[in-house]
Every structure is written in structure tokens, then in C-alpha cells.
Design a protein around this ligand. Sequence first.
Ligand SMILES: CC(C)(COP(=O)(O)OP(=O)(O)OC[C@H]1O[C@@H](n2cnc3c(N)ncnc32)[C@H](O)[C@@H]1OP(=O)(O)O)[C@@H](O)C(=O)NCCC(=O)NCCS
Length: 167
Amino acid sequence: MAGLGRPVRALRREDRPALAALVAAVENFNAAERECAMELVDIYLGDEAQRDYRFAVVDGAAGDGAATVAAYACWGPVPLTRGTFDLYWIAAHPAARRRGLGRLLMEHVQGRARLEGGRILVAETSAKESYRGTIAFYQRLGFQEVSHIRDFYDVGDDRLIFIRRLT
Ligand SMILES: CC(C)(COP(=O)(O)OP(=O)(O)OC[C@H]1O[C@@H](n2cnc3c(N)ncnc32)[C@H](O)[C@@H]1OP(=O)(O)O)[C@@H](O)C(=O)NCCC(=O)NCCS
């Protein structure tokens, strides 16, 4: 559905409350993950010169519930690599899923990374049942699973690493 024609734009300071509401609404993020997600938002908003974290958002639309930011992504270059980027976070409001916003953001992230010489985009996620949809999303978008570490996050909570080659 190509995001229903919605534009992707950079995160702005005034988006912070809406982004916090979106992060709070993502059912599979726990409290520590929400806190970590917002810490990166504050690094980005607090220091215009930093280049470690980049943010893009898609505005909400009718049918997205109360969300004024419907989806966002955070990514950045991995230190000490040449052309490897990490996708730190990507999320769509539960009321705005399966409408192409995740794909739209991922295409944006890949395009921006390529402009900076990006070769590889890395996405990490949990193998827990609650991330089944996220895993399907990465697979659908052409990511390959390259690592599976059992009990990484906790006993019974494995880490999966997916990559997408950009060149
Ligand atoms: C992962 C996530 C961002 C996907 O966003 P989305 O906007 O719903 O995804 P899209 O609508 O762009 O889907 C892109 C493709 O993935 C597929 N897909 C997305 N969610 C899926 C699911 N739950 N099950 C199966 N396939 C799925 C879609 O079918 C679509 O394929 P198509 O374009 O060929 O039809 C969203 O589900 C989410 O926010 N999840 C919770 C947060 C999370 O786990 N983030 C990742 C870790 S930081």
C-alpha cells in the first residue's frame, strides 16, 4: 500500500510527546525498552551536531487512533565500521499497522544509508512469540537471518540478527 502516499519526514522537537505516546502504545516493548527508545530520542533532539542516531517519522491519519505520529524509525552508522548501519528501532502504532508504513520507513532508512555509503543494514530482534510479526516483516522486506543466540536477552528469550545488503 506504499504508506498510503504519506511522506516520511525528520523528527522535530514538537513531536516528542506524540512519539512518547507511540512508544508507550507498542505492546511488545517493555519498560526498559521504552526508556531506551526515548533516551535516543532525547540524544537526537538535544544535540543537533550528533551523527550517531537519525530519526524519521510518518504522521498519523484518520484511522490511526489517537496517534499523531503513526510510525518512526531510528538508525545510525555502526562505529568502527565502513558502511554498516544499525536499525535501532522501528515501530508503527498498533492502529496503523499493515498499511505499508513500516515498509515506507525502511525504504527511507535504506535510501539514506546508501547515500552515506551504506553497505549493510542490521536489525536485531527477539525470537519470542510476541515478535513473530516483526520477524515476518523483516523477512518480507528481504532481510536474511544471520545469527540466532539462544537465551541472549533472558532464559528462553533468544536474539535474532537480520541483515539486508544495500549494495
Ligand atoms: C514491525 C512493524 C514496524 C511493521 O510495520 P507495518 O507498518 O505494520 O509494516 P508494513 O505494513 O509496512 O508491512 C511490510 C510488509 O511486511 C509484512 N508484515 C508486516 N507485519 C506483519 C505481520 N505481523 N505478519 C506477517 N507479515 C507482516 C506485510 O505483509 C508487508 O508485506 P507486503 O507489503 O508484501 O504486503 C510493526 O509491526 C511494529 O511496530 N511492531 C512492533 C514494534 C517492533 O517489534 N519493532 C521492531 C523491533 S524495534
